[in-house]
Design a protein around this ligand. Structure first.
Ligand code: URA
Length: 245
């Protein structure tokens, strides 16, 4: 579900503000009925008309990007830094990232112009597993890793259970490579979890998002998701929504 004014603006009819005016002026119909309230939400199957003309809907598009480090997960940046949509210079549709990876985190990020799909995947009830590989300063003890597995108290509450696996250690450099699988999506969550056990994360990469991997891609590469993958992702999130309701 998306706000009517946003849908109108995205169809290129008018700016968001002008779209709001059009609604208030009674110039917008949803499924044949005039709508003058601004709070109304519509889905892609609703028929929206402005001044009697049905708006052109953008085809939904879905991409997987291997985000390099040093890129902002946003569509623009007021400091002029590189943003994830810069990797899609020829994309006509207005795509945006599904959630975010930190500036210094690399890895798998989805982008789409389908707000409904993005909301579904980002819903807190959604349990899609995200697999990260972290390089830590110092070598965490087994007991500390167990704390991450069980859930650890952060300032915004205890984290849900995680799966944690030590992949390798460099005793000389005193660093460790650790795989951690979480299904929440709190801000800087993995970095904060390791900080909570006294280890700074030196490098962080998201290797997997559910069943999706970075297979065959190098940093900065992107590919379109297949219809099948989009369907599976929808299914995964609807399943977890049902399970938790
Ligand atoms: N956890 C983090 O700390 N950073 C990210 O970018 C993603 C998850």
């Amino acid at each position: 579900m998306e706000r009517l004014q946003k849908v109108i603006a995205r169809a290129g009819v008018a700016s968001r503000r002008k779209s709001e005016e059009l609604i208030k002026e009674g110039k917008v119909k949803v499924n044949g009925k005039i709508v003058t309230e601004l709070g109304v939400k519509v889905t892609s199957s609703d028929r929206v008309e402005v001044n009697g003309i049905q708006i052109e809907k953008e085809e939904p598009v879905y991409f997987l990007l291997y985000k390099p480090r040093g890129v902002i997960s946003s569509v623009s940046d007021d400091k002029g830094r590189k943003v994830v949509t810069d990797f899609f210079p020829y994309q006509q549709e207005r795509i945006f990232p599904v959630g975010r990876l930190d500036y210094d985190t690399s890895g798998l990020l989805l982008l789409t112009n389908d707000g409904e799909f993005a909301n579904l995947l980002m819903h807190p009830r959604n349990e899609i597993e995200k697999t990260y590989v972290a390089k830590t300063k110092g070598i965490p003890s087994k007991e500390n890793l167990r704390k991450l597995e069980r859930g650890i108290r952060l300032e915004d509450g205890k984290t849900a259970p995680a799966k944690v696996k030590m992949l390798s250690v460099d005793k000389q450099k005193q660093t460790a490579i650790i795989e951690i699988i979480i299904h929440e999506g709190r801000n800087r969550q993995v970095r904060r979890m390791f900080e909570a056990i006294g280890h700074e994360v030196l490098k962080l990469k998201r290797e997997k998002y559910g069943f999706l991997t970075l297979h065959g891609l190098s940093a900065g590469d992107a590919r379109e998701l297949t219809h099948h993958e989009v369907k599976l992702l929808r299914g995964l999130s609807l399943e977890s929504t049902k399970k938790n309701s």
